[in-house]
Design a protein around this ligand. Structure first.
Ligand SMILES: NC(=O)c1ccc[n+]([C@@H]2O[C@H](COP(=O)([O-])OP(=O)(O)OC[C@H]3O[C@@H](n4cnc5c(N)ncnc54)[C@H](OP(=O)(O)O)[C@@H]3O)[C@@H](O)[C@H]2O)c1
Length: 339
């Protein structure tokens, strides 16, 4: 039976992990086209830490000047426990995503927040999880896997491409390496020392520690694409590494506390004018059909990034502190409150 109230980790102002606290709130009712999901697992991303802190300041314009929506945890996997009008089987929940029924295992990006016992969201934002894929694993896929896939598409990475992934150790980076290797690309990966064995295991041919490597000394024109996940290396250095006609894809970057990656993305666009080594900033979109496709790859044997650590729901604040510190290797999980 669905209870009247549920625990959530909520924030009511921007700040570090200390601003979140356990609260009891009403369980929401799914509206038209929505479903209520009992959360089995939520995977945290650096985006959760940025929203927690409102950093860079520019995002406060989009998410609220005083604070964002209260519950973090965008990546969610769980079981549908209630269906709103127009969201059930046969209702046509949206292109590429199947409508869902009570009891269905689902995963997707739900802005309502995974750090609660239940979350309500659009049925069209959720993908069905294949029976062989554990819900904890499914929760790692939507945001990081979707971003990685779109970055590889933006870089035109195909079988035989030589691709360099800079900042490969975290969620997006490890998915980028795994999916590039799955496409048959030849992958070089630069990550932290703790991530190098993981990156080899995901299919990287060559790995290097970002604290000891100097990309200015690497041979020019060596790659068809560079996927830059962290944005700390000068763009000029990265563009020199791709062959004429090659692409540098900007996924993350820029340490500016006000405008975040915007300055770097604009600089890259300007530098690309008239150049044969172009920079492409990525603005990844939420895509349930892509989540479904990636979950199918996992069901078919793709090795997903490892889960570095799983926290029980009651310790979600520690998980937020971990993602906030910025040293995650692979993915991290918070389990559901009633799971
Ligand atoms: N463009 C888009 O649409 C989009 C979508 C999603 C995410 N993003 C961005 O993508 C970035 C990654 O997100 P995420 O959730 O995957 O982060 P994450 O999991 O928190 O990534 C942490 C990892 O980054 C590594 N790292 C930090 N600085 C590094 C450097 N200078 N060189 C190499 N590795 C470094 C860390 O290694 P160490 O422990 O060694 O420091 C750690 O393994 C963020 O900037 C995020 O905002 C962009």
């Amino acid at each position: 039976m669905i209870p009247a109230t549920m625990p959530v980790w909520a924030q009511h102002r921007y700040g570090g992990p200390e601003v979140v606290a356990l609260e009891q709130v009403p369980v929401p009712n799914p509206g038209p086209g929505e479903v209520l999901v009992e959360v089995a697992a939520s995977s945290l991303n650096s985006a959760d830490a940025r929203l927690l802190r409102g950093d860079p300041a520019l995002i406060r314009l989009a998410f609220g000047l005083r604070g964002p929506s209260p519950v973090r945890g965008r990546d969610v996997a769980g079981v549908v426990v209630a269906v709103g009008p127009g969201a059930g089987p046969g209702a046509g929940a949206g292109a590429g995503a199947s409508p869902h029924a009570v009891g269905d295992r689902v995963a997707g990006e739900l802005p309502g927040g995974g750090l609660g016992a239940y979350v309500v969201g659009a049925a069209s934002a959720l993908a069905a999880v294949p029976a062989s894929v554990p819900l904890e694993v499914a929760a790692t896929v939507p945001l990081a896997g979707g971003t990685a896939w779109q970055a590889l598409d933006a870089g035109r990475v195909v079988h035989g491409s030589r691709v360099l992934v800079v900042g490969a150790g975290g969620g997006v980076g490890t998915f980028t390496v795994a999916l590039a290797a799955h496409r048959g690309a030849r992958v070089h990966a630069i990550g932290g020392a703790r991530s190098l064995e993981v990156l080899r295991g995901l299919g990287a041919e060559e790995v290097a520690d970002h604290r000891s490597v100097d990309l200015r000394t690497w041979a020019p024109d060596a790659f068809d694409a560079v996927v830059d996940v962290v944005g700390t290396t000068p763009l000029r250095t990265l563009r020199r590494l791709v062959r004429p006609g090659g692409l540098v894809v900007g996924v993350g970057g820029g340490t500016d506390r006000v405008i975040g990656p915007l300055g770097r993305m604009l600089a890259g666009a300007v530098q690309s004018v008239g150049s044969t080594r172009r920079f492409r900033p990525l603005a990844a979109r939420t895509d349930a059909a892509l989540t479904a496709r990636l979950l199918a790859l996992v069901a078919d044997g793709l090795t997903p990034p490892p889960i570095e650590r799983t926290w029980p729901f009651d310790e979600a604040r520690a998980a937020l502190a971990h993602i906030d510190a910025g040293h995650t290797v692979g993915k991290i999980i918070v389990t559901g409150a009633v799971w």
